[in-house]
Design a protein around this ligand. Structure first.
Ligand code: FA5
Length: 334
C-alpha cells in the first residue's frame, strides 16, 4: 500500500487530485483508519506492533502529501508569474490628453499673479440683480450710460450681468474694514447684446479688480496695471492710460497695451496700442451706496477682458475662434 500510494503522489500534478488521494488513503474511510479501528480485535501483544506500523505508514504518507503539495504550489506560482511578465519594451497606448481652455489659462495666470500680491478671489452670479449690475454702480434706471452695455433682461429687476463690476458692490458690502484693506479680483462670464464680430462676442469674460483702503492713488492703479501687463505679455511691453468715462469711477481711464515690445529706440508713433481694459478711481457714490465712508476710504477698480488678452498674447485675430470649440484650434495652447 505504502509504495503504491507514494508512487501516485509523486506523479500527481494538481491540488485537487492530491487531495483526493489524501482522503482515499488517510481519510476516515481509508485503509489506515480501518486498520487502526480494527485494533480492538487484536491480542495485547499484536496491538503495539500493528499500531506502530500503521502510524508509521500514516506519517510517511502524510509527509509525502505535504511535500507534494508544496511542489505543486510552487509550480503554479512560477507559471502564473511567467504568464504575467510585462514586456517593458512594448510601446504604450497613447492616451489623448486635454488642456485647459486658453481663456481659462489666462484667468488662472491672473489669479496666481494677484493672489501673490495679497488679493482674494471672489466669484459672483451671472444672473444678477439690476441693483448690483447698474444701480449700485451709480447707474440709476434712466441713466443714459446704460446704453453703453446693451443688456439681456430676464425681468425688470433681473438680468444677465453685463460686467463683473457688480462684484465691487457685493464685496464692499460684506467687507469688514476694521480688519484692513479690501483687495480682490473677480473673474467670470458676462453677457451683452452685442453683434458678434472679430473683436466682440455676446458672451465673453471679464476679470474685475478692486482695492479699497485709506490713501490709495492713481499711481497705485498705474503701477499695478503695468506690473500685470508685463508679467503677462513680457517685460518690454508698455501700457498707456487714456482718459475715459465710466459712471462708477472718477477719474476714469481706458488702458492700452503695446502690441510689440517697446525699447529705447522705438519711436512713439510706431507703437501699436490695443485696448484691453477700463479702470479708474472708485466713485464716492459707489462707496457710499455700499456702506463705505468716502471721507475715509477710497480706491481703484479695473475691469479687463481676458478674451482680448488672449488675442493679444497669441496673435489670434478673431475672438470667435475661442467659442467655436474646434479642438484643433484649442489644442495649440497647451
Ligand atoms: C466695463 O465693462 C467696465 N465694467 C470696466 C471697468 C471696471 C471700468 C472697473 C472701471 C472700473 P467695458 O465695457 O469697456 O467696461 O469692458 C471692459 C473690457 O471688456 C474691454 O476693455 C474689453 O477688453 C472687454 N469687452 C467689452 N465688450 C466686449 C465684447 N463684446 N467682447 C469681448 N470683450 C469685450
Amino acid at each position: 500500500l505504502k509504495q503504491t500510494v507514494l508512487n501516485k503522489i509523486s506523479v500527481v500534478e494538481d491540488l485537487d487530485s492530491l487531495n483526493q488521494i489524501r482522503i482515499e488513503t488517510l481519510g476516515k474511510k481509508g485503509p489506515i483508519t480501518e486498520v487502526l479501528r480494527g485494533m480492538k480485535d487484536l491480542t495485547a501483544q499484536e496491538r503495539p506492533q500493528v499500531g506502530a506500523f500503521a502510524n508509521e505508514i500514516r506519517d510517511v504518507l502524510q509527509t509525502a502529501v505535504e511535500e507534494r503539495k508544496r511542489v505543486i504550489e510552487d509550480k503554479v506560482l512560477t507559471a502564473k508569474l511567467s504568464a504575467e511578465t510585462i514586456d517593458v519594451t512594448l510601446p504604450g497606448n497613447q492616451i489623448a490628453k486635454g488642456n485647459a481652455h486658453v481663456i481659462q489659462q489666462i484667468i488662472e495666470q491672473l489669479e496666481d499673479q494677484f493672489m501673490g500680491m495679497g488679493y482674494q478671489i471672489a466669484e459672483g452670479p451671472e444672473v444678477e440683480e439690476d441693483r448690483y449690475n447698474f444701480e449700485m454702480m451709480n447707474l440709476p434706471k434712466d441713466h443714459p450710460a446704460r446704453d453703453m452695455q446693451d443688456t439681456f433682461y430676464i425681468t425688470d429687476e433681473i438680468l444677465m450681468r453685463t460686467q463683473t463690476s457688480p462684484m465691487q458692490a457685493r464685496m464692499m458690502e460684506k467687507h469688514d474694514f476694521s480688519k484692513g484693506a479690501l483687495k480682490m479680483i473677480s473673474p467670470g462670464r458676462v453677457y451683452r447684446r452685442d453683434t458678434d464680430d472679430a473683436t466682440h462676442s455676446h458672451q465673453f469674460h471679464q476679470v474685475e479688480g478692486l482695492v479699497i483702503d485709506k490713501n490709495i492713488t492713481m499711481a497705485d492703479l498705474k503701477g499695478t496695471l503695468l506690473k500685470m501687463a508685463q508679467e503677462l505679455f513680457g517685460e518690454k511691453h508698455q501700457i498707456r492710460l487714456r482718459p475715459s468715462y465710466f459712471p462708477f469711477t472718477e477719474p476714469s481711464v481706458e488702458v492700452d497695451v503695446s502690441w510689440d515690445e517697446v525699447t529705447d529706440k522705438t519711436q512713439p508713433e510706431d507703437i501699436k496700442w490695443i485696448e484691453v481694459l477700463g479702470a479708474g478711481m472708485v466713485h464716492p457714490n459707489v462707496l457710499a451706496m455700499a456702506g463705505v465712508d468716502p471721507e475715509i476710504y477710497g480706491g481703484f477698480a479695473f475691469g479687463l477682458g481676458p478674451d482680448r488678452f488672449a488675442m493679444l498674447k497669441y496673435g489670434v485675430d478673431d475672438i470667435r475662434n475661442f467659442y467655436l470649440n474646434d479642438v484643433r484650434f484649442l489644442a495649440q495652447f497647451d
